[in-house]
Design a protein around this ligand. Structure first.
Ligand SMILES: C[S@@+](CC[C@H](N)C(=O)[O-])C[C@H]1O[C@@H](n2cnc3c(N)ncnc32)[C@H](O)[C@@H]1O
Length: 261
């Protein structure tokens, strides 16, 4: 199973905002700061960071996905203090360059998460901050329980992730990774993403899983976890059920903040 990668959906990423989708970072930003956003995707959150640090601040977003970066360069062409570069978190070579180094929903896709945190720490200045937001996929839950076909898909999703060495409790393991990298003043904030029928963004939020099914179908089939018919049924049954019966979807997430001594 080695060598599997994941490609994110540009429509899902493009909807995200700093205020809504990386809430703990926002109050830490102020004009003039330099920020590195690792795994920036198409730069939706990164552009919000650039606006928050203002013209005297500077923001670099890096991502390994050239296609997403191209979308980001077009979408945010007018933001002069924002640069989007292709790069891999595991081999980036920034040294003591940024006031804040952040990653949102990125480490979930890496098996070498300790190396990633070490590289992020190296990129931050002394007394700089690391701010990492991620999922605990094994703790996501729905009320009521989703259709059996979706549950089968979800178990396969977790098993496929595990077989790739991707942590299904990434958020819970961040504090120990921060500690091992020598960070101090480590704090954790629960930041679950909760979709309920009365929330304005319900329709957008429940679109996540059908899109995830689409983006990983080929890999789940190729690795023998599920077949095409099972995936189609998982998707169709989830969509119908979410539109009629789903009351609440909880995506278990946490933000962990630590300081370079
Ligand atoms: C789920 S997206 C999150 C995008 C954005 N941070 C957000 O919260 O919407 C994860 C991103 O991490 C990127 N990524 C995954 N592994 C990476 C790596 N080793 N180095 C750089 N980027 C990586 C993916 O290409 C993808 O754009």
């Amino acid at each position: 199973m080695a060598g599997q990668t994941h490609q994110s959906d540009s429509k899902l990423l493009g909807r995200r905002t700093l205020a809504q989708d990386h809430r703990c970072l926002l109050p830490l930003l102020r004009p003039g700061l330099s920020v590195l956003d690792v795994g920036c995707g198409s730069g939706a959150i990164t552009s919000g960071i650039a606006n928050a640090v203002g013209p005297n601040g500077s923001v670099v977003g890096i991502d390994k996905d050239f296609g997403l970066l191209e979308v980001g360069r077009q979408d945010h062409a007018g933001i002069s203090n924002l640069q989007l570069h292709q790069g891999d978190i595991l081999s980036m070579s920034y040294v003591e360059q940024f006031d804040i180094v952040t990653a949102a929903r990125t480490l979930q896709w890496l098996s070498a998460s300790q190396l990633a945190i070490t590289r992020m720490r190296q990129a931050a200045k002394r007394s700089g901050l690391l701010v990492v937001l991620d999922y605990n996929h094994s703790q996501n839950h729905w009320d009521p329980d989703p259709p059996v076909a979706f549950q089968t898909f979800y178990q396969a999703f977790l098993a496929w992730r595990e077989s790739n060495g991707w942590d299904n409790n990434m958020a819970d393991h961040l504090p120990q990774l921060f500690e091992a990298a020598g960070l101090v003043e480590i704090e954790t904030v629960v930041q679950d993403e909760i979709a309920s029928r009365d929330s304005g963004s319900f329709a957008d939020q429940i679109e996540l899983w059908p899109r995830v099914v689409d983006t990983i179908s080929e890999q789940l089939i190729g690795c023998g976890f599920l077949n095409k018919a099972q995936l189609q049924l998982a998707k169709d049954s989830f969509v119908a059920w979410a539109q009629t019966e789903l009351k609440t979807q909880v995506l278990a997430m946490k933000t962990v903040v630590g300081r370079v001594p």
